[in-house]
Design a protein around this ligand. Structure first.
Ligand SMILES: Cc1ncc(COP(=O)(O)O)c(C=O)c1O
Length: 440
């Protein structure tokens, strides 16, 4: 453990961290650069609450950026993990929980087979390699504002921390790597058609967030994902639906449960992470059996991992998914809808033009206009400078929001009356702070 002999504040930890880690954090958006101030160092979490090293309690609307669907320290997850840890933490062999987790994923989603990995980045990177290996083609289509992890080829015009920190491109990614990436505007079927008309026989895959949540929440327009699926099928390319954020969150079978399952199509490959690890590093990619059979050792496309299918991570993920029943999803949906109404009415009362957009229970606020946001250009046009003062007023009142206007807010099944009341009480002053904000 860290040194507990004398009390150290968040500020103390941040100074120590700055000396030994770049920017004092292990993932950029945690650094509060977009909202000002230093990060809060959290010590513990239970249900919808986080407690920092200074003893302050916050209602958590980040949920570890998505994984904590059930809230923190859910008893079923803690019990399962505690029992599993006592039996050893990693064997480097196949083990029972990874089979059970794979079966659960196959039962809930449109994948025939699945390969477990340790992060969402690994999942998308490996899915793209598999798509290229399967099709024998090189080009990858992605959409601006979508974030698929820090994969070299996918960082072009990415969302999440890349947009939060205003990083235009990324030094360290060779030009020849992104030369095979075609970046198109999101929700633009004409742009998709034009790219395929010109390059269709060279495109290995289209990768898209099932519903983008990394430029704020920008849901697919009706029929957009189906159009991607149809277009890929017609041209012999694969559709990779990235459900790292939406998977097992917006329905029991992810975003596909809201569109593909209803409309009768399925992606060729899907990627998962976050919720399926139950707060541990576990992620996955899966899809059509004939495509997955190209993966080593069944086929020639190589992919591997020392900790892939780790018994503790898969135990946590399995316990999380088993506890995520219809009642849990109903609670999350109800809490999210209630919260969206509270936020909208506080901003309206304070005279702040805004738009709340949702994909299932995931939602975010766009500042400065009530117009629908359908793409990255629209997301970037918002008055993001209103968010910093709003964020800090919420933080001061004990509500922990994602420290960026371009990230979505995550509600858990544990967000009860008490947690929602704390948020409701915090909103009016925060909305006033947003109203009074000035551009930098
Ligand atoms: C849609 C999407 N894909 C991929 C990733 C990368 O996952 P990880 O951070 O586990 O590497 C993320 C992370 O936020 C994500 O939201």
């Amino acid at each position: 453990m860290y040194d507990v002999t004398s009390h150290q504040s968040s500020e103390d930890f941040f100074q120590r961290a700055l000396a030994v880690s770049p920017g004092g954090v292990n993932s950029p958006v945690r650094a509060f650069r977009a909202v000002g101030g230093g990060p809060v160092f959290m010590e513990s979490g239970v249900g919808p609450w986080l407690t920092d090293v200074d003893g302050n309690r916050y209602v958590d609307l980040v949920g570890s950026w998505g994984p904590m669907l059930l809230g923190h320290a859910h008893p079923a997850v803690i019990d399962a993990v505690t029992a599993a840890v006592a039996g050893g933490t990693s064997f480097g062999t196949p083990s029972p929980p990874e089979v059970a987790l794979a079966e659960e994923i196959v039962a809930r989603t449109p994948v025939d087979q699945v390969r477990l990995v340790s992060s969402g980045t690994e999942a998308t990177m490996s899915a793209i390699r598999l798509a290229r290996g399967f099709t024998g083609r090189d080009l990858v289509v992605k959409f601006s504002g979508c974030y698929h992890g820090h994969v070299d080829a996918l960082l072009a015009e990415a969302g999440s921390g890349v947009v939060t920190l205003g990083i235009p491109g990324t030094p360290g990614v060779p030009a020849h790597v992104t030369a095979d990436t075609i970046v198109l505007p999101y929700n633009d079927t004409a742009a998709v058609d034009a790219a395929f008309a010109e390059l269709g026989d060279r495109i290995a895959c289209v990768i898209t967030e099932a519903s983008p949540g990394n430029m704020g929440v920008v849901p697919p327009l009706p029929g957009f994902n189906q159009h991607l699926s149809d277009t890929c099928t017609r041209h012999g390319a694969l559709l990779i639906s990235d459900e790292v954020m939406t998977g097992f969150r917006v329905t029991r079978s992810g975003h596909w449960g809201l569109d593909g399952a209803v409309e009768g199509w399925r992606p060729d490959l899907l990627t998962f992470g976050k919720v399926m690890g139950g707060g541990f590093p576990a992620a996955a990619f899966g899809g059509r059996a004939d495509v997955m059979q190209h993966l080593a050792p069944a086929g020639p496309v190589y992919q591997a991992g020392t900790l892939s299918g780790n018994p503790i991570a898969t135990t946590a993920g399995l316990a999380t998914l088993r506890a995520a029943d219809e009642a849990a999803y109903a609670r999350i949906d109800a809490a999210s809808s209630h919260l969206q109404r509270l936020v909208a009415s506080a901003l309206t009362d304070a005279g702040v033009a805004h738009r709340v957009q949702a994909a299932g229970s995931m939602f975010s606020v766009f500042w400065g206009s009530a117009d629908p946001v359908v793409d990255f250009a629209g997301a970037q046009a918002q008055e993001a400078w209103r968010f910093g003062p709003f964020f800090h007023a919420m933080l001061d009142a004990g509500v922990y929001l994602p420290p960026s206007a371009f990230e979505c807010w995550f509600v858990s099944a544990a967000h009860d009356e008490e947690a929602l009341s704390r948020i409701e009480a915090a909103l009016p002053a925060a909305a006033q702070a947003a109203a009074a904000a000035q551009p930098a």
